[in-house]
Design a protein around this ligand. Structure first.
Ligand SMILES: [Zn+2]
Ligand SMILES: [Zn+2]
Ligand SMILES: [Zn+2]
Ligand SMILES: [Zn+2]
Length: 207
């Protein structure tokens, strides 16, 4: 039995060695790619493109493009890893510029002071429409994460401060009159309802 196990273990070790070798090979390959791209990256930097250190490969090769306001997109020229992030100043005013990945459950901790970015911090900095106290402000819901009133308008887009999903428009449900993102165009919502109601069909069923 032991002999059998040791056989399997040997096979396993060989596999580990081969994975390790492949990883080293991949790192070598990425390094060569980065070296080859250096002049291009330098030229782009000169022309005004910003580059971040890529979380995937560790090289300063992620070309940054401002999408709108505080929202940026980056794609790594070496390994291809891409993503959208929000650039905000640490709300604890420690002077750090934070890059928050624009996706659900992303890290909201400042690496410098350890402060947490709260949902209301995000709403404060992202809401570019502001509040007019004389105006009735309709809360905008998020159907992506089922949060009520969590969405603010940021320039041309609507962004949820809970899950950081975003849409270009925020349509109104024809049945419950709730304004929301993540529910599609709500074209048939009078009948089908939305994330937050069952529409006419649900109402008929209850009756
Ligand atoms: Zn990369
Ligand atoms: Zn901080
Ligand atoms: Zn959401
Ligand atoms: Zn509805």
């Amino acid at each position: 039995m032991l002999a059998e196990w040791s056989d399997q273990f040997d096979a396993f070790q060989a596999e580990i060695a081969s994975v390790d070798k492949k990883m080293k090979g991949l790192r070598e390959f990425l390094k060569v790619t980065f070296e080859r791209l250096k002049p291009e990256i330098a030229a782009l930097k000169k022309a005004g493109t910003a580059f971040n250190v890529c979380a995937g490969c560790g090289f300063e090769a992620a070309a940054v493009e401002q999408v709108e306001g505080m929202r940026f997109e980056q794609r790594c020229k070496v390994c291809g890893l891409g993503g959208t992030y929000l650039e905000i100043q640490c709300p604890a005013k420690c002077g750090t510029t934070l890059h928050i990945e624009a996706e659900y459950g992303s890290d909201l901790t400042c690496p410098t002071c350890g402060g947490e970015v709260t949902v209301s911090d995000l709403a404060d900095v992202l809401d570019t429409e502001g509040y007019d106290p004389t105006d009735f402000h309709t809360p905008i819901n998020c159907a992506y994460c089922s949060s009520l009133g969590s969405v603010v308008q940021h320039h041309e887009i609507f962004i949820c401060t809970e899950c950081l999903e975003r849409d270009v428009g925020a349509p109104t449900c024809e049945w419950c009159n709730e304004v929301q993102i993540g529910g599609g165009d709500l074209e048939h919502s009078h009948y089908t309802g939305c994330e937050f109601c069952d529409g006419h069909a649900g109402w008929m069923k209850d009756d």
